[in-house]
Design a protein around this ligand. Structure first.
Ligand code: NAP
Length: 252
């Protein structure tokens, strides 16, 4: 028996980075995967790759900040695959890197719309389907920036702090429905998001490596394994917890 055999999982922001690796690992471990993202070409290619390797996946275009689209895509996924067991709220953006007093309202809202409202909408529209399945698991991608300050990207810190507590509160609300909600807090992971963030800073990668006591930043698969655990029944007694996967970044 594979670790998430027969589970239907929807992953947001699934085309690249942590989401992409998560989709691949979940499919290898027996899940049927709804890959969703705003990047159609990359998402479709990933679904094809998974199907070609013997897994089951389909791509849907989904902008998590659009509630109507969220509602429609969740309904389509359930129609296609028959149920919904888990949702990985992974889509996220870094946003403007300016001190708080220089930020515009628009820059603030851009990050909140994806990182916070996106998690809200995808949780809201997952719940009814999960109740129908008799329970489920929601995994929310927060960050080390949802636990400690780093002195940069203020809206991102605010958004990831919000996701941490939304997870705990939803864990309380839905425990009676057998729906578990947990947050995952990655350290720096080499993905397009981080690569893009540091593209104009010489020595960026080396500097990031040095921030992690383990000596280097992480890989998407390090996070995907944590998400796999939280979706699997191995974590059936785990809800409202924060799984920190950060090479020791937050130990100090
Ligand atoms: P990534 O490489 O940028 O991948 C995220 C995916 O989400 C991209 O395909 C992105 O498309 C997509 N996306 C952006 N806005 C979206 C929207 N409104 N609706 C749906 N999809 C959207 O990011 P990642 O590094 O894998 O990060 C995944 C999650 O982990 C994020 O929530 C991030 O905050 C969190 N995290 C990452 C790190 C890290 O070091 N990488 C650390 C801590 C937490 P575009 O490329 O077009 O934006």
């Amino acid at each position: 028996m594979k670790r998430v055999e027969n589970k239907v999982v929807l992953v947001t922001g699934g085309a690249l980075g942590i989401g992409r690796e998560t989709c691949i690992l979940l499919a290898q471990e027996g899940a049927t995967v709804a890959v969703t993202d705003v990047l159609d070409k990359e998402g479709k290619l990933l679904a094809e790759e998974i199907n070609y390797s013997g897994g089951v996946a389909k791509f849907w275009h989904l902008d998590v900040s659009d509630e109507k689209e969220v509602e429609r895509v969740f309904a389509h996924v359930v129609k296609e695959f028959g149920k919904l067991d888990a949702t990985v709220n992974n889509a996220g953006i870094a946003g403007a890197d300016k001190p708080t007093h220089e930020l515009t309202e628009k820059e603030w809202d851009t990050v909140m719309n994806v990182n916070v409202k996106g998690v809200f909408f995808c949780t809201k529209h997952a719940i009814a389907h999960m109740k129908q399945s008799g329970g489920g698991s929601i995994v929310n991608l927060s960050s080390i920036y949802g636990l400690v300050g780093a002195g940069d990207i203020p809206p991102y810190h605010a958004s990831k702090g919000a996701v941490r507590l939304m997870s705990k509160n939803d864990a309380l609300i839905y425990a009676k429905d057998n729906i578990r909600v947990n947050s995952v807090h990655p350290g720096f992971i080499w993905t397009p998001l981080v690569e893009d963030f540091g593209k104009n800073s010489p020595g960026f990668r080396e500097n990031l490596d040095s921030l992690h006591p383990i000596g280097h930043i992480g890989e998407p698969i390090d996070i995907a394994y944590g998400i796999l655990y939280l979706i699997s029944d191995e974590s059936k007694f785990v809800t409202g917890s924060e799984l920190v996967i950060d090479g020791g970044y937050t130990c100090k």
